[in-house]
Design a protein. Structure first.
Length: 469
């Protein structure tokens, strides 16, 4: 999250009208049974403001991650990206749509630059490329860069190829403001892939000169797991498995604290990033009982805790049911203990949505962000067809849901749901795989102070410190 100096803004008091103090402070209540197909259900402290369907040619392709800058939301899609004007959150307006196929099109922004991750083998690095087998040496995967100074007409600037592609990337600002660094996460090597050879025990670092982004280049590919990382364990979703480590899935950085947390398939990693060009592992942690795939990470505001998510089933399985239980496909809450190189990650508890989903609904912990609340640790998070959950982990050992929004199962047992749900300047924005963009308003005294926080940019995997006042 790239934050500018924060300014106070007056929240809309009308958001709280019509609800009693008792209603506002009451905990979230699970819905009664499984909602009907496409039925919207929510806790009484969450209002659904609007849904904006995916535009044009993106209507049948997957929406992915979100980023924000000023009054704009940027939504990745497997076929490119979309820019919305969100000055009025109840009426987002389409600004532009860029066709540039290459899943997942994980997205981030800094100033007038936009970055996209390509993790599907393509014929070349252009936006007119076509799929091509990774077994062919001239196939391309990596990071693309766009100039978005004119948001109505983004311009392609450059591309950088990275080993095994770029499943996700994390924007890391330079301390001197001259460069942007991208920590690129990728995985699943094969001896048959010329540009993705095992053991792939590394990440890639792309350096982007901000004054001349066309000169972006691969800086290095540091080894993160010299011992090979978690060897994994075979199995299925029902009986349990552990994914072998061969790279990372996602990294979250906290630049002001010189920390990063890596979700690396079979391992959770805490990094020192005081030297942006040379991230250094402080400690690693494994959970071979309940974690199948370490997927993403979120620090609390103080940088004393890390939430790691387990994407059991890869996002395509129904894991929010009684058969799987509450400890798998969940969040793991870890306290950071000690100082300097002696810091460790101490497990405290799991968090999983308390609302059972049907056996046709893909549901598991996915992308979320902090809600900037003074003195408390509160997060909003996507759970695919489990919807959007708002939960409090101030007590690391006793997390609890305080609000939610979800839809009933998709027709014909199809896959979908919310990919990312992030809090930005007073509202929750959810990128739904099938449904498009949802905007939610939280009307709760426990999160009311967040309405006063304003930031100029938000890349959730680049966390910024919310100032106390």
């Amino acid at each position: 999250m790239a934050l500018s100096p924060q300014a106070l803004a007056q929240p809309d008091q009308d958001n709280l009208d019509g609800l009693s103090e008792t209603q506002l402070s009451a905990p979230a209540e699970p819905s009664a049974g499984i909602p009907a197909v496409d039925e919207v259900v929510r806790s009484r402290n969450v209002k659904h403001l609007v849904n904006v369907p995916k535009p044009g040619t993106f209507a049948t392709t997957t929406n992915s991650d979100l980023a924000f800058a000023d009054n704009h939301a940027f939504i990745g899609n497997y076929d490119g990206f979309t820019i919305y004007d969100i000055r009025n959150p109840q009426k987002p307006k389409l600004v532009s749509q860029v066709l540039c196929p290459g899943s997942q099109n994980d997205i981030s922004v800094q100033g007038n630059l936009l970055f996209l991750s390509t993790d599907s083998s393509r014929s070349d690095n252009s936006c007119s490329s076509v799929p091509q087998p990774a077994t062919e040496k001239n196939s391309w995967e990596g990071v693309k860069i766009f100039d978005i100074s004119d948001k109505r007409n983004p311009k392609y600037v450059a591309a950088v190829e990275t080993d095994c592609g770029s499943h996700t990337h994390t924007l890391v600002p330079d301390k001197k403001g001259r460069n942007a660094y991208l920590y690129v996460s990728s995985y699943s090597p094969s001896t048959t892939f010329p540009d993705c050879q095992p053991p792939h025990d590394k990440i890639s670092i792309v350096k982007v000169p901000l004054k001349d982004p066309a000169k972006a280049s691969l800086l290095s590919a540091p080894i993160i797991f010299p011992d090979g990382g978690n060897p994994g364990r075979g199995g299925t979703v029902p009986d349990g498995y552990v994914t072998p480590t061969s790279g990372c899935h996602d990294i979250t950085v906290y630049p002001s604290k010189d920390l990063a947390a890596g979700a690396c398939m079979g391992d959770g990693v805490l990094f020192d990033i005081s030297d942006r060009e040379k991230p250094r592992v402080i400690t690693t942690v494994q959970d071979n009982v309940n974690f199948a795939f370490w997927h993403s990470a979120t620090f609390n505001n103080e940088g004393t805790k890390v939430i790691f998510t387990d994407e059991l089933g890869g996002g395509g399985a129904a894991t929010c049911n009684e058969a799987i239980g509450q400890n798998r496909g969940a969040d793991g809450i870890y306290d950071i203990k000690g100082r300097g190189d002696n810091r460790t990650l101490e497990f405290k508890s799991y968090y999983k949505i308390p609302r059972p989903q049907s056996d046709t609904e893909n549901c598991v912990a996915h992308n979320g962000s902090l809600i900037p609340v003074q003195g408390r640790d509160i997060m909003v998070q996507s759970w695919y067809q489990g919807g959007v959950s708002i939960w409090d982990f101030t007590d690391s050992s006793k997390p609890k849901e305080i609000g939610f929004f979800e839809r009933g199962p998709l027709p014909n047992g199809g896959g979908g749901g919310t990919w990312s749900a992030y809090y930005y300047n007073g509202f929750i924005y959810s990128s739904d795989i099938a449904k498009g963009l949802d905007v939610l308003d939280v009307r709760d005294p426990r999160t009311f102070s967040a309405k006063f926080v304003r930031v100029n940019e938000l890349n959730v995997q680049t966390q910024g410190a919310y100032r106390e006042w």
